[in-house]
Ligand binder design. Structure first.
Ligand SMILES: [Zn+2]
Length: 344
């Protein structure tokens, strides 16, 4: 390594302005070479996640969450590409495996696009210890979203403790996270009840492997419908929707000893995941939180795609279209996961 042609300048989408009107036009900036323990990645594709938009537009400022100076105004955290330079001491990392410790909760972690430079640039310096190898057979444009939305859905399925042959309910199954969850749950042998609205979502969920689809726009009592299908209720519910209604509904869909997996994060701090104590105790319900996943979880999630079992549905664009894509995202006009081509 090290003999690849690396230019001194590169294109990057750099944030300008603040708040709702902030933009991220593409500019020419310097390429930084990797230091000790770092690698330089030529980013071929990057996902555009809803959280990138929230950060660029300062939507979480009231919670004390905003892009830090270390990002240099470059957001993005779903990049995939090729390693073009390896810094000192990083040569061996590509043999080092995850230790299996729960690095998701490391207090010294740096987050791409939030507390470190993000993937909305052609040449990204990354921590060699925390970069994932993309297996053969997985395209870069698929890998990006799998390393965020995919792994989030996959780990949430694991956290549900639903076993092969048991029922899992996925409200919002046709959405960005939901459409991943349908595929992972199915590949893990679970029986999927998808909830969403309209015929297009029905067709999508069925195609991805849902056994039962409940159209909430045409069903007055969703809990009764779930009981009818499952007999005693589902074994797990994965709440990806960030709404009070979704959290209120979830425990009522479960059989005794069932599990609600908490994933969606409502803005309103008064929304609580749980159930009345008498219901929770007598039915021995479980509520578990889940957030993204470890390096090992990412490897596992990518492996499902390498084996042809999970594929994201993508809305594709170019890095120069970032602002347009964020606007479309606000209006709900981007089906599946948005990805932007970065390096030509
Ligand atoms: Zn993301």
């Amino acid at each position: 390594m090290g003999s690849v042609d690396i230019p001194s300048k590169q294109s990057a989408a750099v944030r300008e302005g603040t708040g709702e009107s902030a933009k991220a036009p593409v500019k020419q900036i310097d390429v930084r070479m990797p230091g000790a323990g770092e690698i330089l990645i030529k980013v071929n594709w990057t996902g555009l996640c809803a959280s990138d938009k929230s950060l660029i537009h300062d939507e979480w400022k009231d919670f004390g969450v905003a892009m830090q100076d270390a990002t240099k105004g470059i957001a993005g955290h779903e990049g995939a590409g090729v390693v073009v330079a390896v810094g000192e001491g990083a040569e061996s990392r590509w043999k080092v495996r995850s230790t299996g410790t729960d690095e998701v909760h490391c207090t010294a972690q740096k987050n791409s696009g939030f507390s470190a430079e993000g993937t909305f640039q052609e040449y990204l310096v990354a921590d060699a210890r925390y970069s994932s190898k993309i297996p053969d057979g997985v395209k870069d444009e698929e890998a990006g979203p799998i390393m965020c939305g995919g792994v989030t859905a996959y780990v949430a399925c694991k956290r549900s403790s639903v076993k092969p042959g048991q029922w899992i309910v996925l409200p919002g199954a046709g959405g960005g996270l939901g459409h991943f969850a349908v595929q992972y749950a199915r590949a893990m042998g679970m029986r999927v009840i998808a909830i969403d609205g309209g015929d297009a979502k029905r067709d999508l969920c069925k195609k991805l492997g849902a056994e039962v689809f409940i159209d909430y726009t045409a069903t007055s009592d969703i809990a009764a419908e779930v009981m009818k299908v499952t007999g005693a209720g589902a074994h797990g519910v994965l709440v990806t929707a960030a709404t009070k209604q979704a959290y209120d509904m979830a425990p009522g869909l479960l059989r005794p000893n069932g599990t609600v997996v908490v994933v969606g994060l409502p803005k309103d701090p008064s929304v609580v995941a749980g159930a009345p104590p008498i219901m929770m105790a007598l039915r021995r319900l479980n509520f578990v939180g889940s957030v993204v996943g470890s390096l090992k979880d990412v490897e596992e999630a990518l492996d499902f795609t390498a084996r042809g079992l999970v594929h994201p549905i993508l809305s594709k664009g170019k890095l120069t279209e970032l602002d347009d894509f964020m606007e479309k995202m606000s209006k709900g006009q981007l089906p599946g996961r948005a990805v932007l081509q970065v390096a030509a």
